[in-house]
Design a protein around this ligand. Structure first.
Ligand code: ADP
Ligand code: ADP
Ligand code: ZN
Length: 214
């Protein structure tokens, strides 16, 4: 099974991906995580990636597509869950071609809907485990940044440098301009479903499972 989770920054794509990955034995492909790794390489590409991410702008399609191409050619076990990719029509069409080439297809595209007002609080309070990527929020109870990760026991829960209100407003504009057209793109292919991302994490998960198992 190959699934895309679509939604603005803070919608819950990472949180839900990690749950679905465990449940269906999927490989999570988060281009945000891949790009954060790539920026630390100290190469020319790493510098380009850093500059875009720091500005809250999208990294160019060719860089993102080549990262995904590399990952897709590896083993997929039960399939892939794409988290934060594709984010442009160019990336969506490249993904179609890559999947066709490997004789795969997309089973579902799930749009997680959350209004802008709620995203600020989600993004500014987000923490994640630097070792395994598990996602937390400072309002989770009990939550203490010095706590250990519930999943891997690491004591390194970190806040991202770009998780502030001013970067979020630029990232949201990028989302509306460049990513929201994908909703129409996948609707026309008959594989788009939407869930209310304002509900509790467990309920959102249940609603996604309902869609996938229908
Ligand atoms: P969020 O979880 O807040 O949506 P991500 O971790 O997915 O953020 O992405 C962080 C940053 O990485 C984005 O602001 C953008 O600069 C870059 N990025 C991630 N995925 C893509 C993509 N598919 N295309 C272009 N840029 C991307
Ligand atoms: P995305 O990957 O779409 O940027 P995340 O999964 O990283 O979003 O979630 C952003 C923040 O919102 C995290 O701190 C996470 O704990 C929190 N969060 C995710 N889903 C929900 C939800 N349904 N209700 C409340 N908070 C949520
Ligand atoms: Zn962890």
């Amino acid at each position: 099974m190959n699934i895309i989770l679509l939604g603005p920054p803070g919608a819950g794509k990472g949180t839900q991906s990690r749950r679905l990955m465990d449940r269906y034995n999927l490989r999570q492909l988060s281009t945000g995580d891949m790009l954060r790794d790539a920026r630390s390489f100290g190469t020319e590409v790493g510098e380009l990636v850093s500059a875009s991410m720091d500005a809250g702008e999208f990294v160019t399609d060719d860089i993102v597509i080549s990262l995904i191409e590399h990952e897709i050619s590896g083993s997929s076990k039960g399939g892939f869950i794409f988290d934060g990719f594709p984010r442009t029509l160019g990336q969506a069409s490249a993904l179609d071609n890559l999947l066709k080439r490997t004789k795969n297809c997309l089973d579902a595209v799930i749009e997680i809907q959350v209004n802008d007002g709620d995203l600020v609080q989600r993004i500014t309070g987000r923490y994640s485990c630097s070792k395994c990527g598990e996602v937390y929020h400072e309002t989770d109870s009990p939550f203490d940044q010095s706590d250990k990760c519930k999943k891997c026991d690491s004591s390194n829960l970190i806040k991202r440098a770009d998780d502030n209100a001013s970067s979020l407003s630029i990232r949201l504009m990028e989302y509306y301009k460049k990513t929201s057209p994908l909703i129409g793109y996948y609707y026309a292919k008959g594989i788009l479903s939407s869930v209310n991302g304002l509900l509790d994490i467990d309920i959102v998960e249940k609603n996604i499972i309902k869609i996938l198992e229908n």
